[in-house]
Design a protein around this ligand. Structure first.
Ligand code: ATP
Length: 227
């Protein structure tokens, strides 16, 4: 259908919408993957970049290499529409700061794109301790995904950091390119953690249905997290 010129001028192209979900993914599990799918749906995102940290700044070094964690993430995503295994933190030296990752995404997508940094409630509670937390809001919106068993009062420094930023709907959030905060309770909240998966593998117990079958097969075939 050809719209009259005036109608075309009245509806400028919709700015791209994308999210970054960073993490250690040590290993990726269905809590990560289902959250990414439902996040994409809830915010009508074009893509969700899942970005494994090469050197996570706030925790001990994972025993499984960044390349292996990325390979597991790729297996887990498979052909899921809109999910991308993004290796950009593996190409940087030093600690993997999310602000730097967002800056590189922002450079690629331009100033009008709606850029979201998604993180689980547990990670959100520690946000004020991150590197350059104010810069995160200059570059992106923050979307906090509710996660079972992680309810806690917000630390005072976090309250100060988010003051005046919270909005109550995806529509309001997406009206601007960055700077807002939205808390989301996605439909399938899952009490799955990588800690629980690693512990089970070390004890030789079943991890079936906690992670995708292709990831499970790879872990077992290569004896990862076994010792
Ligand atoms: P670990 O148990 O080793 O700390 P994890 O399961 O929390 O790992 P991470 O790789 O640290 O996994 O998490 C990456 C991001 O995904 C974080 O923002 C985290 O809060 C979020 N996340 C992890 N598991 C879930 C889940 N089950 N539901 C919602 N968000 C999750």
């Amino acid at each position: 259908m050809h719209l009259p010129l005036s109608a075309q001028e009245a509806s400028p192209p919709r700015p791209p919408r994308l999210a970054m979900l960073g993490g250690t993914f040590d290993p990726v599990h269905l809590g990560h993957l289902r959250s990414a799918v439902e996040l994409r749906e809830a915010l009508a995102l074009d893509r969700v970049h899942m970005v494994p940290a090469s050197v996570p700044p706030l925790r001990g070094e994972p025993r499984v290499s960044p390349e292996q964690r990325l390979a597991l993430l790729r297996l887990g995503i498979g052909d899921t529409p809109g999910l991308v295994a993004d290796p950009r933190e593996l190409h940087r030296e030093g600690p993997s700061f999310s602000a730097d990752t967002l800056a590189s995404l922002r450079e690629e997508v331009g100033v009008e794109a709606r850029l979201v940094m998604a993180l689980g409630q547990d990670a959100f509670l520690r946000l004020a301790d991150w590197h350059e937390p104010e810069r995160l809001f200059v570059l992106a919106h923050l979307v906090v995904i509710d996660r079972p068993d992680h309810a806690a009062p917000l630390p005072v420094a976090l309250e100060a950091l988010i003051a005046g930023r919270e909005v109550d709907s995806p529509q309001t959030l997406m009206a601007r390119p960055a700077g807002g905060l939205l808390r989301l309770a996605l439909p399938s909240r899952m009490a799955i953690s990588a800690t629980q998966v690693r512990r089970r593998l070390a004890e030789g117990r079943s991890v079936r249905y906690l992670l995708p079958e292709a990831v499970e097969r790879h872990l077992l075939a290569h004896d990862l997290y076994r010792h």
